[in-house]
Write a protein that binds this ligand. Structure first.
Ligand SMILES: N[C@@H](CCC(=O)N[C@@H](CS)C(=O)NCC(=O)O)C(=O)O
Length: 264
Protein backbone atom coordinates (compact mmCIF):
# COMPACT_ATOMS: atom_id res chain seq x y z
CA UNK A 1 0.00 0.00 0.00
CA UNK A 2 1.21 3.47 -0.92
CA UNK A 3 0.26 6.26 1.48
CA UNK A 4 1.02 9.96 1.19
CA UNK A 5 0.93 12.41 4.07
CA UNK A 6 0.76 15.81 2.47
CA UNK A 7 -0.84 19.25 2.46
CA UNK A 8 -2.80 20.94 -0.30
CA UNK A 9 -0.63 23.99 -0.97
CA UNK A 10 2.78 22.55 -0.03
CA UNK A 11 5.29 22.87 -2.88
CA UNK A 12 7.12 19.71 -1.78
CA UNK A 13 3.84 17.80 -1.71
CA UNK A 14 2.90 19.16 -5.15
CA UNK A 15 6.19 17.78 -6.47
CA UNK A 16 5.48 14.29 -5.12
CA UNK A 17 1.80 14.36 -6.19
CA UNK A 18 2.94 15.33 -9.70
CA UNK A 19 5.40 12.41 -9.87
CA UNK A 20 2.65 10.03 -8.69
CA UNK A 21 0.12 11.45 -11.14
CA UNK A 22 2.56 11.13 -14.06
CA UNK A 23 3.08 7.48 -13.09
CA UNK A 24 -0.66 6.94 -12.79
CA UNK A 25 -0.32 5.08 -9.50
CA UNK A 26 -3.06 5.02 -6.87
CA UNK A 27 -2.27 6.12 -3.33
CA UNK A 28 -4.02 6.50 -0.01
CA UNK A 29 -4.59 10.14 0.84
CA UNK A 30 -3.65 11.51 4.27
CA UNK A 31 -4.36 15.19 3.67
CA UNK A 32 -3.10 17.41 6.48
CA UNK A 33 -3.81 21.03 7.32
CA UNK A 34 -0.59 22.82 8.27
CA UNK A 35 -2.58 25.85 9.46
CA UNK A 36 -4.22 23.59 12.04
CA UNK A 37 -0.76 22.33 13.13
CA UNK A 38 -1.46 18.69 12.26
CA UNK A 39 2.24 18.32 11.38
CA UNK A 40 2.98 18.46 15.14
CA UNK A 41 0.64 15.59 16.08
CA UNK A 42 2.70 12.99 18.02
CA UNK A 43 1.81 10.20 15.57
CA UNK A 44 2.94 12.27 12.61
CA UNK A 45 6.18 13.29 14.35
CA UNK A 46 7.01 9.57 14.57
CA UNK A 47 6.82 9.44 10.77
CA UNK A 48 8.51 12.78 10.19
CA UNK A 49 10.37 14.20 13.20
CA UNK A 50 11.02 17.47 11.34
CA UNK A 51 7.26 18.13 11.31
CA UNK A 52 7.17 18.72 7.56
CA UNK A 53 5.26 17.24 4.65
CA UNK A 54 5.34 15.18 2.51
CA UNK A 55 5.96 11.72 3.92
CA UNK A 56 5.46 8.60 1.81
CA UNK A 57 4.74 5.26 3.46
CA UNK A 58 5.11 2.27 1.17
CA UNK A 59 4.08 -1.10 2.60
CA UNK A 60 4.79 0.25 6.07
CA UNK A 61 8.21 1.68 5.21
CA UNK A 62 8.71 5.41 5.55
CA UNK A 63 10.32 7.59 2.87
CA UNK A 64 10.99 11.26 3.69
CA UNK A 65 12.31 14.25 1.71
CA UNK A 66 10.43 15.11 -1.47
CA UNK A 67 13.43 14.88 -3.83
CA UNK A 68 14.30 11.47 -2.42
CA UNK A 69 10.64 10.42 -2.53
CA UNK A 70 10.49 11.27 -6.26
CA UNK A 71 13.57 9.12 -6.96
CA UNK A 72 12.02 6.33 -4.88
CA UNK A 73 8.78 6.55 -6.89
CA UNK A 74 10.86 6.37 -10.09
CA UNK A 75 12.66 3.25 -8.79
CA UNK A 76 9.47 1.47 -7.75
CA UNK A 77 7.31 2.57 -10.70
CA UNK A 78 9.76 2.92 -13.61
CA UNK A 79 7.10 3.56 -16.29
CA UNK A 80 6.64 6.05 -17.77
CA UNK A 81 10.24 6.99 -17.05
CA UNK A 82 11.01 10.40 -15.57
CA UNK A 83 14.77 9.76 -15.54
CA UNK A 84 16.93 9.98 -18.68
CA UNK A 85 18.96 6.89 -19.57
CA UNK A 86 22.08 8.79 -20.64
CA UNK A 87 24.35 9.24 -17.58
CA UNK A 88 25.19 12.86 -18.37
CA UNK A 89 21.53 13.78 -18.88
CA UNK A 90 20.78 11.93 -15.65
CA UNK A 91 23.40 14.00 -13.83
CA UNK A 92 21.85 17.17 -15.28
CA UNK A 93 18.42 16.01 -14.13
CA UNK A 94 19.75 15.56 -10.60
CA UNK A 95 21.46 18.95 -10.68
CA UNK A 96 18.11 20.63 -11.40
CA UNK A 97 16.26 18.41 -8.94
CA UNK A 98 18.58 19.40 -6.09
CA UNK A 99 18.20 23.16 -6.63
CA UNK A 100 15.11 23.21 -4.38
CA UNK A 101 17.03 21.47 -1.61
CA UNK A 102 20.05 23.74 -2.05
CA UNK A 103 18.31 27.09 -2.09
CA UNK A 104 14.97 27.52 -3.84
CA UNK A 105 12.81 25.82 -1.23
CA UNK A 106 14.08 28.05 1.56
CA UNK A 107 13.81 31.12 -0.66
CA UNK A 108 10.29 30.10 -1.71
CA UNK A 109 9.30 29.72 1.94
CA UNK A 110 10.60 33.20 2.68
CA UNK A 111 8.94 34.98 -0.23
CA UNK A 112 5.68 33.08 0.28
CA UNK A 113 5.65 34.11 3.93
CA UNK A 114 6.45 37.70 2.97
CA UNK A 115 3.98 37.81 0.07
CA UNK A 116 1.11 35.49 -0.75
CA UNK A 117 0.66 33.85 2.67
CA UNK A 118 1.15 37.10 4.59
CA UNK A 119 -1.66 38.71 2.63
CA UNK A 120 -4.01 35.90 3.55
CA UNK A 121 -3.14 36.20 7.24
CA UNK A 122 -3.09 39.95 7.80
CA UNK A 123 -6.82 40.17 8.53
CA UNK A 124 -6.66 37.54 11.29
CA UNK A 125 -3.09 37.00 12.54
CA UNK A 126 -3.85 35.04 15.76
CA UNK A 127 -3.97 31.50 14.29
CA UNK A 128 -0.70 32.22 12.54
CA UNK A 129 0.99 33.42 15.72
CA UNK A 130 -0.29 30.25 17.45
CA UNK A 131 1.23 28.11 14.71
CA UNK A 132 4.59 29.92 14.98
CA UNK A 133 4.57 29.37 18.74
CA UNK A 134 4.30 25.59 18.24
CA UNK A 135 7.06 25.26 15.64
CA UNK A 136 9.88 23.15 17.13
CA UNK A 137 12.24 24.76 14.62
CA UNK A 138 12.70 28.07 16.44
CA UNK A 139 14.96 29.52 13.74
CA UNK A 140 12.25 28.98 11.13
CA UNK A 141 9.59 30.31 13.52
CA UNK A 142 11.50 33.53 14.21
CA UNK A 143 12.16 34.06 10.52
CA UNK A 144 8.49 33.49 9.65
CA UNK A 145 7.42 35.98 12.29
CA UNK A 146 9.78 38.53 10.76
CA UNK A 147 8.42 37.91 7.25
CA UNK A 148 4.88 38.32 8.52
CA UNK A 149 5.73 41.57 10.26
CA UNK A 150 8.00 43.15 7.61
CA UNK A 151 7.01 41.65 4.24
CA UNK A 152 9.38 42.58 1.42
CA UNK A 153 11.04 45.26 3.55
CA UNK A 154 13.00 42.46 5.18
CA UNK A 155 16.49 41.89 3.64
CA UNK A 156 15.97 38.10 3.68
CA UNK A 157 12.79 38.49 1.61
CA UNK A 158 14.75 40.56 -0.91
CA UNK A 159 17.49 37.93 -1.06
CA UNK A 160 14.83 35.22 -1.52
CA UNK A 161 13.47 37.09 -4.52
CA UNK A 162 16.89 37.28 -6.17
CA UNK A 163 17.45 33.56 -5.62
CA UNK A 164 14.34 33.11 -7.79
CA UNK A 165 15.66 35.62 -10.33
CA UNK A 166 18.80 33.48 -10.69
CA UNK A 167 16.74 30.31 -11.16
CA UNK A 168 14.70 32.01 -13.88
CA UNK A 169 17.93 33.11 -15.61
CA UNK A 170 19.26 29.54 -15.48
CA UNK A 171 16.00 28.18 -16.90
CA UNK A 172 16.02 30.82 -19.63
CA UNK A 173 19.58 29.75 -20.48
CA UNK A 174 18.53 26.09 -20.68
CA UNK A 175 15.58 26.86 -22.96
CA UNK A 176 17.69 29.09 -25.22
CA UNK A 177 18.43 26.14 -27.56
CA UNK A 178 14.70 25.57 -28.08
CA UNK A 179 14.39 22.43 -25.96
CA UNK A 180 10.91 21.80 -24.56
CA UNK A 181 12.06 20.38 -21.19
CA UNK A 182 14.81 21.28 -18.77
CA UNK A 183 16.78 18.15 -19.69
CA UNK A 184 16.49 16.48 -23.09
CA UNK A 185 13.35 16.03 -25.12
CA UNK A 186 10.95 14.66 -22.53
CA UNK A 187 9.70 15.53 -19.08
CA UNK A 188 11.94 14.35 -16.23
CA UNK A 189 12.28 14.73 -12.48
CA UNK A 190 14.09 18.00 -13.25
CA UNK A 191 10.81 19.54 -14.45
CA UNK A 192 8.84 17.84 -11.69
CA UNK A 193 11.22 19.29 -9.08
CA UNK A 194 11.17 22.86 -10.36
CA UNK A 195 7.58 23.41 -11.51
CA UNK A 196 6.01 23.77 -8.03
CA UNK A 197 8.26 26.78 -7.43
CA UNK A 198 7.29 28.40 -10.72
CA UNK A 199 3.67 27.66 -9.89
CA UNK A 200 4.13 29.35 -6.50
CA UNK A 201 5.46 32.48 -8.23
CA UNK A 202 2.51 32.29 -10.61
CA UNK A 203 -0.10 32.04 -7.86
CA UNK A 204 1.69 34.83 -6.02
CA UNK A 205 1.01 37.04 -9.03
CA UNK A 206 4.71 37.11 -9.92
CA UNK A 207 4.54 35.71 -13.46
CA UNK A 208 5.75 39.13 -14.74
CA UNK A 209 9.17 37.96 -13.48
CA UNK A 210 9.48 35.76 -16.61
CA UNK A 211 7.52 37.92 -19.06
CA UNK A 212 10.72 38.41 -21.11
CA UNK A 213 11.60 34.69 -21.01
CA UNK A 214 9.13 32.93 -23.33
CA UNK A 215 10.81 29.53 -22.95
CA UNK A 216 9.70 29.47 -19.32
CA UNK A 217 6.15 30.56 -20.14
CA UNK A 218 5.84 27.89 -22.85
CA UNK A 219 7.24 25.18 -20.56
CA UNK A 220 4.89 26.14 -17.74
CA UNK A 221 1.87 26.27 -20.09
CA UNK A 222 2.79 22.80 -21.41
CA UNK A 223 2.84 21.38 -17.88
CA UNK A 224 -0.36 23.18 -16.87
CA UNK A 225 -2.19 21.61 -19.78
CA UNK A 226 -1.41 18.07 -18.55
CA UNK A 227 -4.05 16.06 -16.66
CA UNK A 228 -1.32 15.26 -14.10
CA UNK A 229 -1.03 18.97 -13.27
CA UNK A 230 -4.74 19.16 -12.55
CA UNK A 231 -4.46 16.08 -10.35
CA UNK A 232 -1.42 17.28 -8.46
CA UNK A 233 -2.16 21.00 -8.14
CA UNK A 234 -5.63 22.19 -9.06
CA UNK A 235 -7.56 19.35 -7.51
CA UNK A 236 -6.27 20.35 -4.09
CA UNK A 237 -6.57 24.08 -4.36
CA UNK A 238 -8.79 24.96 -7.30
CA UNK A 239 -8.08 28.66 -6.92
CA UNK A 240 -4.37 27.88 -7.42
CA UNK A 241 -5.27 26.68 -10.88
CA UNK A 242 -5.55 29.29 -13.54
CA UNK A 243 -5.64 32.68 -11.94
CA UNK A 244 -2.99 34.13 -9.69
CA UNK A 245 -4.39 34.74 -6.22
CA UNK A 246 -1.63 37.02 -5.00
CA UNK A 247 -2.38 40.01 -7.21
CA UNK A 248 -1.28 42.37 -4.46
CA UNK A 249 2.26 40.99 -4.26
CA UNK A 250 3.65 42.24 -7.59
CA UNK A 251 3.38 45.96 -6.69
CA UNK A 252 5.48 45.22 -3.57
CA UNK A 253 8.00 43.07 -5.44
CA UNK A 254 8.56 45.15 -8.58
CA UNK A 255 10.38 48.04 -6.86
CA UNK A 256 12.64 45.55 -5.07
CA UNK A 257 13.55 43.91 -8.39
CA UNK A 258 13.97 47.29 -10.08
CA UNK A 259 16.35 48.41 -7.33
CA UNK A 260 18.60 45.47 -8.20
CA UNK A 261 20.49 42.89 -6.21
CA UNK A 262 23.49 45.11 -5.41
CA UNK A 263 21.24 47.35 -3.32
CA UNK A 264 20.71 44.61 -0.73
N1 LIG B 1 13.26 19.14 2.46
C1 LIG B 1 11.89 18.81 2.77
C2 LIG B 1 11.16 20.10 3.07
C3 LIG B 1 9.73 19.83 3.49
C4 LIG B 1 9.02 21.12 3.88
O1 LIG B 1 9.64 22.14 4.25
N2 LIG B 1 7.68 21.08 3.82
C5 LIG B 1 6.89 22.23 4.18
C6 LIG B 1 5.76 22.41 3.20
S1 LIG B 1 6.36 22.64 1.56
C7 LIG B 1 6.26 21.99 5.55
O2 LIG B 1 5.80 20.90 5.82
N3 LIG B 1 6.26 22.99 6.43
C8 LIG B 1 5.74 22.85 7.74
C9 LIG B 1 5.17 24.08 8.29
O3 LIG B 1 5.05 25.06 7.55
O4 LIG B 1 4.81 24.10 9.48
C10 LIG B 1 11.28 18.04 1.61
O5 LIG B 1 11.69 18.29 0.47
O6 LIG B 1 10.43 17.16 1.83
Amino acid sequence: MLELYHAAGSVCAQKVRLALALKGVAWTDHLMNLDESSQYAPDYLKLNPKAVVPTLVHDGRVVRESTVICEYIEDVFPEPSLRPSDPHARAEMRRWAKIPDDEIHAACGIISQAGLLRQGRLANPKPYYDRIAKDPNRKRADRNRRMFESGFNDPDAKTGLFVHVRLLKDMHGAFADGRPWLVGDRMTLADVGIVPYINRLHVSGLAPMWADKPGIGNWFARIKSMPAYREAFEQYIPRYGNEPVGEGVWPEVKPVLDAGETEI
